[in-house]
Design a binder for this molecule. Structure first.
Ligand code: ZN
Length: 130
């Protein structure tokens, strides 16, 4: 008599995620921490230009403003990158990490290794670039 056909494994929720999210979570956290430490060290450079005009010539003032603009630009990019990473970490927590936000297809792990914060599969990403 075989009555125990209903195996308990059948009722256990099986993860259908083929991606090692823990690996990508680690990668994302590393990237985030690296960006945050850069942000700390560059805060000084992004401060508003406050130069003693009596002491500093016009040219070096222009230089300082240019440097400030560059610092602000890299600051802006870093903020965007941090947002992408935070969003990716949230998707990991929510359990929908690794799926294309546009077509819902799985993003290839190879692509995620290059950019763990990727939000689109290669197909949608290359369509968006056009
Ligand atoms: Zn897609």
């Amino acid at each position: 008599m075989t009555t125990a056909l209903a195996s308990p494994a059948a009722t256990t929720p099986v993860s259908d995620t083929p991606i090692a999210t823990e690996t990508f979570k680690t990668l994302l956290i590393e990237q985030r921490d690296a960006l945050l430490s850069v942000a700390e060290s560059s805060e000084e450079a992004a401060k508003p230009v406050q130069l003693d005009q009596a002491r500093v010539g016009r040219v070096s003032r222009m230089d300082a403003m240019q440097q400030q603009a560059m610092a602000q630009e890299s600051d802006r990019r870093r903020t965007l990158e941090l947002q992408r990473i935070r969003a990716a970490l949230e998707r990991i927590e929510a359990g929908d990490y690794g799926y294309c936000l546009s077509c819902d297809e799985p993003i290839s792990p190879r692509r995620l290794h290059v950019d763990p914060a990727a939000t689109q599969c290669i197909g949608c990403a290359s369509r968006a670039e056009r």
